[in-house]
Design a protein around this ligand. Sequence first.
Ligand code: ZN
Length: 201
Amino acid sequence: MSGPAFPAGCPPSFVDLTGAANLALDIRYASTANFTGRDLYGGTRGLLLHAIAAEKLLDAAARLAEARPDLRLLVFDGFRPNRVQRVLWATVEGTPQQRFVADPAIGSIHSYGLAVDLSLVDAHGRELDMGTTFDDFTPRSEPCREADMLARGLLNPGQIANRRVLRDAMEGAGFLPLPTEWWHFDALPAWQVRARFALIE
Ligand SMILES: [Zn+2]
């Protein structure tokens, strides 16, 4: 597995977590298995994060190993250059799915290396059932609607329990969940990220 290409001007505060113990990787934008149907990372499948997010992610992995040694974190994306965010935005702009994708003019927290998208896998490497797939841009993906979705039979208790295992590990390590995507977590509040750190093109 080759590591990700370090973008020009990338500050040394980034950490390459490719191959880290306790982390499984399935970097979706480095394959055609994403909602654009295109490999947007040129085949580099590694995981880069800002050191603050990297430290918290390793803490989350350790917390999960303690609570559920049968499970591992499965990372779909970490640092995502803003030039890739533009491609994602162009795919959804003007559609109902637009609200699930950050406008590159404002910048995704991923483009600061301070957000991570992830799920859980079992000891056989099988993804746990979270009720939707990664980047399923429908209301069933929204944690803020889980009680309603459960009441309407659109999510089952097992799926919500699986999401809670992921959230417990991530929030325990200091990540902040999003109300709209069960797979997305920010290492710091978005306003603080935009005030303190550089968006990487
Ligand atoms: Zn995300």
